[in-house]
Design a protein around this ligand. Structure first.
Ligand code: OOB
Length: 527
């Protein structure tokens, strides 16, 4: 949490407005009552209905023992139920832990255990996977299912007559987000009402949202980007309409854009690429679209240049992180800035440092490590003291692990990454987490996971493996299956597995991932 002097400054500046999510929904319902807040298929929910549903579900969750400060692991796709649950929890003061639909037993089990969750809210069957099976790893958490509950508690049965609940304190935690991570398990990111809401309303301003906004939520809603940059929460703040999109393929997304006259949406670079290809052949009317946001991973300049000519809308690059700092190109920036930079910070009080290897600031225009501190960037992960000592400087700057260049106007260009992470089309993979799973295989002596360049996703993952002596050699696919069977999300399963007799080492004897990446490049070039 922020030191007092910073907290008071952010309040005095008017960034932290003393609002809470639960309180705001009440205000919105008063102001925009019957306007449509959320569209999920044929279901249209007004602001007033959202407010009533949150009250009824809060009462039901209270009835089964969910209390202020409790953690609830939440794994829902982009559906209306997601909104009911988050606002019900906000009203109770209980903290959602935002898991993604692609997470499996490994991740969900860890989130439940580490957060000491009292409940796991998930769905029934999605993309062929039965999420009810995750009950096996929920530990003491009560399992609540949106959909057919099987032997578990049905979310639908929890809506009951509202009970009086005390207002929450804007300075307290609202929820826990997940970090993309670079070391071991994903870290939990504690966000308060005050700090997160600042990023939400300031983003809504920057993106020009209003009651006329129709936002297509094309990415999984629980991720920080579609949630708050400006995302669904920004749209609700502005009194607009959120259209939920079950899948981001062009057929599904374009049909929704046409039907609901969508004005703005946000995607990751691989989806932007597919949309640009399809838009040329599509007969859908996409003329309502004013802004296409692209972020989560680096957008190639060549692709960026195609957005306006192909879709006839403004591109907005978004370079953000669940830990806080979000950069946007502005809607009135010159095209050159929009296509060639990843934007500048939301706030005049986002402090940005670009440092060389020795920790000294580099001049504008030169690349260095990005560190940041500010009114909506956390000062530490949740219950991770040891890791925090490395991930944050003593004076509270977050080491993002990104390598950037800053120009004289404060715009950032992301040029690389210092963290052991693979950015697979916006989905982040911590190398160490996958290495640990590979190391559990009896034939594996050592493992190192690195990024390999990919035309479509930007990066894919490659696992280098040294086998134990004298064991039968497993097939690459056997190792991939092994990791999957250990309950790791599919996007973390190595795309490629390479066997080596030993790992190249650095001068001090550590595995040299640089050499591994070079070896991989050479192999890929040879074909
Ligand atoms: C967003 O959040 P996370 O937490 O999944 O990932 C953050 C990391 C950044 O540190 C950076 O390495 C990478 O993702 N990243 C980008 C990027 N946007 C994110 N790298 C290059 N260019 C970009 N435009 O990904 C996120 C959170 C809020 C808004 C947007 C994205």
């Amino acid at each position: 949490m922020w030191p007092d002097e910073f907290a008071s400054r952010y309040r005095e500046l008017g960034y932290w407005r003393g609002e809470t999510f639960g309180g705001l929904l009440r205000e919105w319902a008063g102001r925009w009552g019957e306007r449509t807040a959320v569209i999920d298929g044929e279901t249209h929910l007004s602001y007033a209905e959202l407010d009533r549903r949150a009250d009824r579900l809060a009462a039901g969750l209270h009835g089964i023992g969910v209390r202020a400060g409790d953690r609830v692991v939440l794994q829902l796709p982009s559906t209306a139920a997601f909104f009911d649950v988050i606002f019900a929890l906000f009203r109770l003061g209980a903290l959602p832990v935002f898991a993604l639909p692609s997470h499996r037993a490994n991740e969900i089990g860890y989130f439940c255990a580490h957060s000491e969750a009292v409940a796991l809210v998930t769905t029934d069957v999605l993309d062929g996977f039965d999420h009810r099976s995750l009950a096996a790893v929920a530990g003491n958490a009560r399992v609540i299912i949106a959909g057919d509950p099987g032997e578990h508690t049905a979310l639908a049965d929890l809506y009951t007559d509202p009970i009086p609940l005390p207002e929450r304190d804007p300075g307290e935690l609202a929820f826990l987000q997940l970090s993309g991570g670079s070391t071991g398990r994903p870290k939990l990111i504690p966000r308060t009402h005050d700090d997160y809401l600042y990023s939400v309303w300031a983003s809504a301003d920057i993106c020009g949202l209003s009651t006329e906004t129709v936002y297509l939520c094309a990415l999984p809603v629980a991720h920080n980007y579609p949630l708050s940059s400006p995302g669904v929460l920004g749209v609700l703040y502005a009194g607009g309409t959120v259209v939920l999109c079950p899948r981001p393929d062009p057929a599904t997304a374009f049909a929704l854009i046409e039907r609901h006259r969508v004005t703005i949406t946000g995607v990751v670079p691989p989806i932007a690429l597919v949309w640009l290809e399809s838009a040329r052949r599509s007969t859908r009317d996409l003329s309502s679209l004013q802004v296409l946001q692209v972020g989560g991973a680096k957008l190639a300049e060549e692709v960026a240049r195609r957005v306006r000519p192909t879709l006839g809308c403004t591109l907005q690059q978004v370079f953000g992180m669940a830990e806080g700092l979000v950069n946007y190109t502005r809607l009135d920036d010159p095209e050159e800035v929009v296509v060639s930079t990843q934007g500048r910070p939301i706030s005049a009080h986002d402090e940005v440092l670009v440092l060389d290897e020795d920790g000294n600031p580099v001049p504008d225009g030169e690349t260095g490590h990005l560190l940041t501190r500010g009114p909506y960037t956390i000062r530490g992960y949740w219950r991770a003291e040891e890791h925090n000592a490395r991930a944050f400087t003593p004076d509270g700057f977050y080491r993002t692990g990104d390598i950037v260049r800053r120009d004289s106007d404060g715009y950032l260009v992301v040029t690389g990454r210092a963290k052991d992470q693979i950015n697979r089309g916006g989905e982040k993979i911590a190398a160490e987490e996958v290495e640990n799973e590979l190391l559990a295989h009896p034939a594996v002596h050592d493992a190192a996971v690195v990024a390999m360049p990919d035309r479509y996703l930007g990066e894919r993952s490659c696992a280098f493996v040294v086998l134990r002596q004298g064991v039968p050699v497993p097939a690459a696919n056997t190792l991939r299956e092994f990791v999957r069977d250990r309950g790791l999300a599919a996007y973390k399963v190595p795309d490629r597995v390479e066997f080596l007799d030993e790992f190249p080492t650095t001068a001090v004897g550590k595995t040299s991932t640089n050499d591994l990446r070079a070896a991989l490049r050479a192999r890929l070039e040879r074909g």
